[in-house]
Design a binder for this molecule. Structure first.
Ligand code: FMN
Length: 212
C-alpha cells in the first residue's frame, strides 16, 4: 500500500517533505506540529524529532501519529508561531485506525504506527513509522519539499551574479554567491541523490566559474 500512496503523491525516495503531525496529549487533547519526513525505501516513513517537543512525548506514549500532508502555509504558521489561533474544536477529527487526530483541512491523512525508535543524539530520536491507513482528499495536492524553491532561488541568483560581476558590483555578487552556497548545503541534506541535488550542483559549478 505504501508505495502506491507515495507514487500517487509524487513522493520520491530520500527527499524530505514538510508535513504536519497530529497526536494526542496524555489527556487526549489534540496537538499539531510541522515535522519533516522521508521514505528512503518507499515503504516506511522516517521522522527525526527533538525530544523537547510535545509531539515526541505524545508519540512515545501513544506509539502512533497522523501525518497530514498540506501545502497550505497558513497551517504551518498556525501550528508553530500562532498555536493559540488553532480552533481545536473544529480543525481536528478522530482518525479511524490510530489513537491520533486528523487535521481536517489537510489534503492527505496518513495514519501511522511507530515501528521503531532510535537515538540520534541526546536531543533527537529517529522514529520509523508503518502506514496503517491513508486517505487522499485532494488527488492534485503534493507535499511541500523545500528543494525546488531553493533550487529556483539559486538559478535566479546565478543569473544576477553574472550581471553584478560584469558591472563591477563585487559585494552584491559575493552576497548572492554566499546565499547559493547555503542553499546548496541545504539541498545536499534534504534531497540527497535526487535531480534537485544534481541540478543544484551544476548551478553551483556555474556560479563558481563567474570571475568576480
Ligand atoms: C516546516 C517545519 C518543519 C519542521 N520539522 C521538524 C522536524 O523534522 N523535527 C522536529 O523535531 N521539529 C521540527 N519542526 C519544529 C516543530 O514543528 C516545532 O518545534 C513545534 O513547535 C513543536 O511543537 P510541539 O511541541 O507541539 O510538538 C519543524 C518546523 C517547521 C515549521
Amino acid at each position: 500500500m505504501s508505495a502506491e500512496i507515495f507514487e500517487k503523491l509524487k513522493i520520491i525516495p530520500n527527499c524530505i517533505y514538510e508535513t504536519i503531525f497530529t497526536t494526542y496529549n496524555t489527556d487526549f487533547e489534540p496537538n499539531a506540529a510541522p515535522i519533516g519526513v522521508s521514505t528512503p525505501d518507499m515503504k516506511k516513513i522516517i521522522a527525526k524529532l527533538y525530544t523537547s517537543s510535545q509531539t515526541y512525548r505524545n508519540i512515545l506514549e501513544k506509539k502512533c501519529a497522523v501525518i497530514n500532508i498540506t501545502n497550505d502555509l497558513s497551517l504551518f504558521y498556525k501550528t508553530t508561531i500562532d498555536k493559540k489561533s488553532l480552533d481545536k474544536e473544529t480543525i481536528f477529527k478522530k482518525s479511524k485506525n490510530v489513537a491520533a487526530p486528523i487535521l481536517i483541512p489537510a489534503s492527505t491523512y496518513i495514519e501511522a504506527n511507530v515501528e521503531s525508535i532510535q537515538s540520534i543524539d541526546k536531543n533527537r530520536f529517529k522514529i520509523i513509522f508503518r502506514i496503517v491507513h491513508a486517505e487522499i482528499m485532494d488527488p492534485c495536492a503534493t507535499p511541500i519539499c523545500r528543494a525546488p524553491n531553493l533550487l529556483l532561488e539559486s538559478i535566479i541568483h546565478a543569473t544576477r551574479i553574472e550581471i553584478y560581476a560584469r558591472n563591477g558590483e563585487q559585494k552584491k555578487a559575493q552576497q548572492l554567491i554566499n546565499q547559493v552556497k547555503k542553499y546548496r548545503e541545504i539541498i545536499n541534506r534534504i534531497a540527497k541523490g535526487t535531480n534537485y541535488e544534481s541540478l543544484m550542483n551544476k548551478t553551483w559549478k556555474k556560479v563558481q566559474q563567474v570571475q568576480i
